[in-house]
Design a protein around this ligand. Structure first.
Ligand code: CA
Length: 513
């Protein structure tokens, strides 16, 4: 029997595929992430089952959807008595460790379990000089989080028990809000203009109301922290658990900005604006450059890990994965943030190499984050427990897509009208051609969310004809058959995974007839 491979799982927080050059990024070069793609597979249709941090992490660890693991929102934490993939690998002979962002809760009921060694950022964690929690308690570390998390991983790899294969989760905080770069990257891209996405000026017409209602517009909703600007006097202490930053913490968006003066937080540089257009340009460039600088630090640190595997002579026997807990809007539809089933937020970058297992290439099959845990177990030669709902990607990675492979990804976002982003609750599916969305717009007693007051709506997008998702064709008579098929597929998916439908199929089909 072949030796069990090592598994190095590197995950960023909010890293969009469009900010990785292996995914043909127009805005950044990531040579080290590309090393994984060059020797391995690039998945072009890997999707998250709930596009926010905490639920995605619970799905990855347990191989289950959020209505099953209970982690539907940012405040419903994972009960660590749950079985998870680290526990299975640990019991199956693996040395296991996690360093970096956890975001599934703290204390005896929520701290990491299944790991021989762990040291994680509390809650969202800090970019600079972060506290980290381990079994020994809380300690403070000096430095930049992306570098420190990698340092912890390298130290553990060097000191590990070499008689056992390892499972190491390296979880970065970057490039999450507030997009704080390492000092060595503070001036990167300074003299460049980063291209603005085609859909930046989206007017949200012919779409469900959720798009226009979302408070995640680069022009309107970014705050002084996000853009690295000096807070106005008295604002820095106004964070509130319930409401987040108050509206006035957002950088102003006046029609005539000639009276507006902003200052860089580090250099004191003073910015004024002759027109609204200039201010809009300033905000997008500030945002995207800060975001990309944090991506460059990740890329450098992934390079350190890859170099170490090579120098240690174990690169051939080690599965290396690079992914992100979900995607992110980099100005598409005028937005930052995630949460929506729209493509930039739904798509997880997923690069995987295993030189002893498979060659390079692009994978078109649909995968989701509940498939990760079964994949690890399959390669480890361990049984996939029956509670897991995903399916091993191994045959897909090895070029043998099974005939009964589900080419349908399911996504559900539960936090209706959350206090900060005002996104509406919805669920839907994406297959290889279309995307169907049902905006049920109800809080359904989920903690951290509010009861809805919006009537439900449906959306259908043709992902081939309209990849930017600008035209809802649900009511287009030419698409009536597609709508019927997609609703049937949605119903089958809900039944398969055991989630509760909020729509009434009979009623909607009668309306369409
Ligand atoms: Ca995230």
């Amino acid at each position: 029997m072949p030796r069990q491979p090592n598994i190095l799982f590197i995950m960023a927080d909010d890293h969009a595929a469009k900010a990785i050059s292996a995914y043909d990024s127009r805005i950044v070069t990531t040579p080290n992430l590309d090393r994984i793609a060059e020797a391995g597979k690039r998945l072009d249709h890997c999707y998250v089952t709930n596009s926010i941090c905490t639920p995605s992490r619970a799905s990855i660890l347990t191989g289950t959807y959020n209505h099953v693991n209970g982690v539907t929102t940012l405040v419903t934490l994972l009960d660590n008595r749950w079985p998870n993939v680290a526990k299975s690998l640990q019991a199956g002979g693996y040395a296991t460790a996690i360093f970096g962002k956890w975001h599934l809760g703290e204390g005896p009921r929520h701290c990491p379990t299944g790991f021989d060694t762990w040291r994680v950022l509390p809650d969202q964690g800090a970019y600079f000089d972060p506290d980290m929690i381990g079994p020994e308690g809380l300690r403070y570390y000096r430095g930049y989080a992306t570098d420190l998390i990698t340092d912890h991983c390298l130290d553990w790899l060097a000191a590990r028990d070499r008689d056992r294969p390892f499972f190491l989760m390296c979880h970065h905080k970057a490039p999450h809000r507030p997009f704080s770069p390492a000092p060595r990257h503070a001036r990167l891209f300074e003299d460049e203009t980063i291209p603005v996405p085609e859909s930046f000026d989206d007017n949200y017409k012919n779409r469900a109301r959720a798009a226009a209602a979302a408070k995640m517009r680069v022009r309107v909703d970014m705050n002084y922290d996000d853009l690295g600007l000096v807070w106005p006097e008295g604002l820095a202490d106004s964070w509130n658990e319930e409401i987040g930053w108050p509206e006035r913490a957002k950088v102003p968006n006046p029609e005539d900005p000639r009276d507006l003066v902003l200052f860089d937080r580090n250099t004191g540089e003073r910015f004024t604006f002759a027109s609204k257009r200039e201010l809009d340009h300033f905000k997008y460039q500030r945002y995207i450059k800060r975001y990309l600088r944090t991506v460059v630090a990740i890329d450098e640190n992934v390079g350190r890990l890859l170099d170490w595997l090579e120098e240690d002579g174990i690169a051939n026997d080690t599965i290396v994965i690079y992914t992100s807990d979900q995607g992110f809007f980099l100005g598409e539809h005028g937005w930052f943030d995630k949460r929506f089933i729209y493509e930039e937020s739904l798509q997880m970058p997923f690069l995987i190499r295993y030189p002893a297992g498979f060659g390079p290439g692009v994978v078109d099959a649909i995968a989701t984050n509940v498939d990760f845990a079964p994949t690890f177990l399959d390669y480890a030669g361990l049984a996939v427990p029956s509670y897991m709902q995903g399916r091993s990607l191994r045959p897909v990675l090895e070029g043998r897509v099974p005939d009964d492979w589900s080419q349908v990804a399911y996504h559900r976002y539960w936090m209706h009208k959350d206090a900060i982003h005002n996104c509406f609750a919805h669920y839907g599916i994406r297959d290889q051609r279309h995307k169907l969305i049902y905006w049920y717009n109800e809080a359904l007693d989920q903690p951290g969310a509010r009861r809805g007051d919006e009537p439900p709506e449906w959306e259908l997008f043709d992902c081939e004809a309209d990849p930017l998702e600008l035209v809802n064709v649900f009511h287009d008579p030419a698409k009536a058959n597609v709508v019927r098929d997609m609703i049937a597929t949605l119903d089958a998916k809900l039944a398969e995974i055991g989630d509760t439908p909020e729509h009434d199929t009979t009623a909607v089909l009668a309306e369409l007839a």
